[in-house]
Design a protein around this ligand. Structure first.
Ligand code: CMC
Length: 428
């Protein structure tokens, strides 16, 4: 048996044989171009409409083994990061490749704190939305608008300028989120108080009333911080791919984050956490679960079991495991149960034994239990995708910077298979 690291292809149209090198378990689809019927032929292309089997980049940020249910950032297992670090440390790790020392963390936190205020005009911008505007639509618009306040953000090839925008976006995305929420419920905006720490500051901007300082229960702050860690990055998902695609044209990072957030908004991606809650409310009682599963399997209305299934995980999503145990802790601290949790557990129990889900390897994903925790924290359902976007910003930005540094990357521009009319004349 040959041990050559290459792929031999015979083109049966011409009987010619080609050899393509195998590098890191891939063949370059550009290598297929040499396979032609004659000199005029464009050459073979790959066809992969949803990137089902195409690597679009080299990345050293996040590793996923979907069959084993493994997720690691820069080599660290997600379970250890959730237990032993904070969200800001993970953001630093994604960006820099190493966990920060105490001094590095202090500097990083100070950089974020220094950028923790929104231009006064952003208040008017947020207030211009209808009170019932979806907060994710507000976030997308506000992030795009924010870029206009920082013209230097266009200098994407300047490392120092880039880092400044990264700090700005990480610092200001929670302010946009909290103010969008407060606008919707008709409450005055609460200014940031970075001395509270990143996650507690967000809760203060969301929840503070007339008291001079809002101090959330430390265990609640920790729980939300863990949720932020679990959502920080997930390699080349739909929104990250969007971030990279926009970034590849050298657009400013505010525009790219706005685009990535738009991709996240969809119910098949980050909007799934919101859809799960609507689904659980619709099911209403545990008794209704078996019929609901039957309807899903029958494909009625093309519906799916929201919070289930994943393009990459064909095993239990490791983030869902952490969230499931976190939910119990949060309910204990708050001294209240979420009745929807029982319905979610029953859905999971039945689905994990059902041939339809077993055969297709459909397991709970990160969005299945996260909404139940947000709901216990009295965060409204339409804010759930925004809760996903806040921490994912650090992943998007780390991937964006990696893209800009990658000599193999160019403007993202797929090919197509043209299926339209080839040529005709206007008959007039
Ligand atoms: N409920 C019922 N059937 C499903 C589900 C589901 N949630 N997910 C996939 N399937 C079926 C699908 O109908 C197909 O069946 P068949 O082979 O008979 O046609 C098979 O499983 C494979 O599905 P697919 O659509 O080819 O898989 P995909 O990799 O394109 O989609 C997914 C992945 C996440 C979009 C999909 O599983 C889904 O729609 N899940 C529900 C939405 C959701 O929870 N999204 C959050 C994903 S995790 C966090 C994030 O990305 O933000």
């Amino acid at each position: 048996m040959s041990t050559k690291n290459s792929l031999t292809i015979t083109d049966n149209r011409t009987s010619k044989t080609y050899e393509l090198p195998i590098v890191d378990g891939t063949v370059s689809t550009m290598g297929l171009r040499a396979i032609k019927t004659d000199e005029k032929d464009f050459g073979l292309m790959g066809y992969d409409p949803a990137f089902m089997n195409t690597a679009s980049c080299r990345s050293s940020i996040t590793f996923i083994d979907g069959d084993e249910g493994i997720l690691r950032h820069r080599g660290y297992p997600i379970e250890q990061l959730a237990e032993k670090t904070t969200y800001l440390e993970v953001a630093y790790l994604l960006m820099n490749g190493e966990l920060p020392s105490a001094a590095e963390l202090e500097t990083f936190s100070a950089e974020i704190s220094a950028e923790s205020s929104l231009h006064e005009n952003m208040k008017g911008f947020i207030q211009s939305f209808l009170p019932n505007a979806h907060p994710m639509g507000m976030l997308i618009a506000a992030m795009g608008a924010l870029g206009t306040f920082y013209p230097d953000a266009k200098q994407v090839l300047d490392a120092k300028v880039r880092r400044r925008q990264i700090a700005r976006i990480i610092a200001q995305i929670p302010i946009i989120a909290a103010w969008s929420y407060r606008h919707g419920v008709g409450k005055p905006f609460v200014n940031p108080d970075p001395s509270l720490g990143y996650t507690a500051n967000f809760l203060s901007m969301m929840k503070r009333g007339s008291e001079p300082r809002y101090a959330a229960h430390p265990d609640i702050v920790k729980a939300l911080d863990v949720l932020f860690i679990l959502h920080a990055d997930h390699e080349q998902n739909c929104s990250t791919n969007t971030m990279r695609a926009i970034g590849s044209s050298q657009a400013d990072p505010f525009s790219a984050v706005a685009g990535a957030a738009a991709a996240l908004y969809g119910p098949l991606h980050g909007g799934a956490n919101e859809a799960v809650l609507h689904m659980l409310n619709e099911i209403g009682t545990i008794d209704a679960v078996p019929q609901f599963i039957k309807d899903i399997k029958a494909g009625s209305g093309g519906r799916r079991l929201m919070g289930f299934g994943h393009r990459v995980y064909k095993n239990y999503d490791p983030r869902a495991k952490v969230i499931k145990s976190l939910a119990d802790r949060v309910f204990d601290i708050l001294g209240k149960q979420n009745p929807l949790l029982q319905i979610a557990r029953e859905l999971e129990r039945i689905a994990l034994q059902d041939e339809y889900f077993v055969k297709r390897k459909l397991y709970p994903n990160v969005d299945f239990y996260s909404g139940l925790i947000y709901q216990a924290l009295e965060i409204p359902i339409d804010l759930f995708p925004v809760m996903f976007a806040i921490p994912r910003a650090s992943g998007w930005l780390a991937q964006w910077e990696e893209l800009l540094m990658d000599k193999e990357q160019k403007i993202a521009r797929p090919r197509q298979i043209y299926t339209g009319i080839m040529l005709r004349d206007i008959k007039r």
